[in-house]
Design a protein around this ligand. Structure first.
Ligand SMILES: [Fe+2]
Length: 174
């Protein structure tokens, strides 16, 4: 009798464990979040590419091109995880018409390098905060690992922009 109860208990435990594996609903939520983040990364990449074209300082331009590359890589890698989770990665990088990041950089470009860097810094504050929030919400292992790596890139971009704008401000006012 005790053995039967134990077996029944084990069976219930196994059922509970299999239910804990990603349910379709949880997958849909994660895929939706990753698609939104991929869209954001796609817009950030375009903003950096646009900024790099307008920037006069060659050293700064090289860094901005590298950051654009990081954001393009984020889109690709998010697309792979989205596919692994049963989503459609083709939706991850729609045309970024109407992107706020892009419009801010375009508007700032005639005002010079410092204005461009300041708008990029605002965009990076947004992307960094978005990745931080997503890390609180997503528990799926592959997605979580990618979000953590990408957050590291975002923090590096933001830190570079903070230093670059501080240097520019010192240079202009000093
Ligand atoms: Fe970034």
């Amino acid at each position: 009798m005790a053995g039967t109860n134990s077996e029944s208990s084990n069976a219930r435990q196994m059922d509970a464990n299999s239910e804990l594996e990603e349910s379709p609903d949880e997958n849909e939520i994660i895929v939706g979040a990753l698609l939104g983040i991929a869209q954001m990364d796609s817009e950030a990449a375009l903003a950096y590419e646009t900024a790099a074209e307008s920037i006069s300082n060659a050293e700064v331009r090289t860094s901005l091109e590298a950051f654009a590359g990081d954001h393009r890589r984020h889109v690709e890698e998010l697309g792979r995880v989205i596919q692994d989770l049963g989503g459609q990665a083709v939706l991850a990088a729609p045309p970024p018409d109407g992107s706020v990041f892009y419009m801010l950089v375009s508007a700032a470009a005639p005002m010079g390098d410092r204005a461009v860097l300041l708008t990029l810094m605002g965009s990076e504050q947004f992307t960094t905060a978005t990745y931080s929030t997503a890390l609180e919400l997503v528990s799926e292992e592959e997605a979580l690992s990618l979000l953590q790596r990408n957050l590291g890139d975002e923090q590096r971009h933001l830190s570079w922009l903070e230093r670059a704008t501080a240097r520019e401000i010192d240079g202009e006012e000093g």
